[in-house]
Design a protein around this ligand. Structure first.
Ligand SMILES: NC(=O)c1ccc[n+]([C@@H]2O[C@H](COP(=O)([O-])OP(=O)(O)OC[C@H]3O[C@@H](n4cnc5c(N)ncnc54)[C@H](OP(=O)(O)O)[C@@H]3O)[C@@H](O)[C@H]2O)c1
Length: 381
């Protein structure tokens, strides 16, 4: 058996990709040889790659993320499989897949890096990020680990409503990754239907997605943030299951507003680094019931003070979470297919821009300017 199993359709020899020579260097367009689908991998034709709202800050060096250069940047993407490694048992050429940027060591699943975004925090993760998965999805083609690609139910997701489909477009599916991340944190604290959860900040891209996902999981939400206009939209989206509290900038006022609920089951945080000095972290913990659970997914780099005595005596669980687990994807897709979580305009998800690779600067600017709940910007290389 040959080492590489390809589609009957011949692949081109090379492909166009965004390329970065070293951290913070200006991105350029480069032609690279199409990778082989060696054992354990698949090659996808990238159809829609998610652009994070803070992509600009990552690639201009502002965020000081470690990633291996030179390389092709990227993120999770929707793609069409064009070649599979010889050990594939389920995936085959032609499948529509979601390729998750979260890549784990096969000999150490705790060695995690984010394809095209972050080389990870351990020595093993960084070694993995520098190897055969170095080049990511801001490109026409990408080689991804087989286990990072999940086949999507194309007829259900993209089919027309007359044929039992949801009538979505490929670009809409890139939101799967935005919503999968908070799903990872909410599942990690075992959020249950009927519970009430504080989501703060709720007005950003991932925070807003967390509100949508918590509702889909059957919870009621207290959405907190500074922007009252966005909070009003979230309330409307919740159809009676979202209450809102504006972050006042005064910890005592926020605590009072939260404590009027008489004890909340859980709290989910996905703050950006810019929110490091906000007092909401403490206020939200103080609002929890005994044995309340906290999922921390924020990107705050500074240490945060927390009310230690309350955490101890109320037996609060604090859980940090980076991305979602591999086994979160199937239950997540079930929520989408069952329309518990609605993608596309009907679900409040709007594609704010679809860009070719050469327009990367405009694409990053568009993503940064559209960082509210349900906003989605993609490369369609
Ligand atoms: N753990 C993980 O796996 C994981 C995965 C992805 C991302 N993240 C982290 O999630 C963070 C948020 O990403 P995003 O795309 O949702 O960002 P975003 O769209 O820019 O949203 C940022 C949110 O933070 C709020 N905010 C900003 N400054 C604040 C301040 N000083 N005080 C209170 N709230 C403030 C914003 O509120 P306003 O609307 O009032 O400005 C908005 O709700 C990222 O920075 C990243 O580090 C973590």
């Amino acid at each position: 058996m040959s080492e590489v199993q390809s589609t009957s359709q011949a692949l081109p020899k090379d492909y166009l990709a965004l390329f970065q020579e070293e951290p913070a260097a200006r991105l350029t367009l480069r032609r690279l040889p199409v990778p082989e689908a060696v054992a354990g991998s698949v090659v996808i034709r990238v159809l829609a790659a998610l652009i994070l709202t803070y992509a600009r800050e990552i690639y201009n060096g502002e965020r000081k993320y470690y990633y291996p250069t030179p390389y092709v940047p990227g993120a999770s993407a929707v793609g069409r499989v064009v070649a599979v490694g010889p050990d594939a048992t389920k995936l085959s050429a032609g499948d529509l897949v979601i390729a998750d940027a979260t890549i784990r060591g096969r000999d150490d699943p705790e060695a995690i890096f984010l394809s095209g975004i972050h080389g990870g925090y351990s020595e093993g993760a960084r070694k993995l990020s520098q190897g055969m998965w170095r080049n990511s999805t801001f490109a026409e083609y990408a080689r991804m680990p087989m286990e990072s690609c999940t086949r999507l139910n194309e007829s259900r997701l993209l089919g027309s409503p007359q044929d039992g489909g949801l009538g979505l477009e490929v670009a809409d599916l890139a939101f799967i990754q935005t919503a999968m991340i908070p799903f990872g944190g909410l599942r990690d604290i075992n959020l249950r239907a009927g519970e009430r959860i504080i989501i703060c900040p709720a007005t950003g891209n991932f925070g807003g997605a967390a509100v949508m996902v918590a509702l889909a999981m059957g919870a009621s939400v207290i959405a907190m943030g500074r922007n009252t206009e966005v909070l009003a939209k979230l309330k409307e989206l919740g159809k009676g299951r979202v209450d809102t509290i504006q972050l006042s900038g005064n910890a005592e006022d926020d605590e009072k507003a939260l404590q009027s609920y008489g004890g909340v089951d859980a709290y989910f945080d996905i703050s950006p680094p810019q929110a490091a000095s906000s007092s909401h972290f403490r206020s939200c913990i103080l609002a929890l019931k005994p044995r309340g659970r906290v999922s921390l997914m924020g990107g705050m780099m500074r240490e945060q003070g927390f009310p230690c005595s309350v955490v101890v005596h109320n037996q609060i669980t604090l859980r940090g979470k980076w991305m979602a687990e591999a086994n979160d994807i199937t239950p997540f897709l079930q929520l989408v297919e069952a329309q518990m979580l609605t993608l596309g305009e009907k679900g409040g998800v709007t594609v704010r821009g679809k860009f070719g690779l050469k327009d990367w600067q405009e694409a990053f600017d568009r993503a940064a300017a559209n960082a509210q709940p349900g906003d989605l910007t993609v490369f369609t290389p």
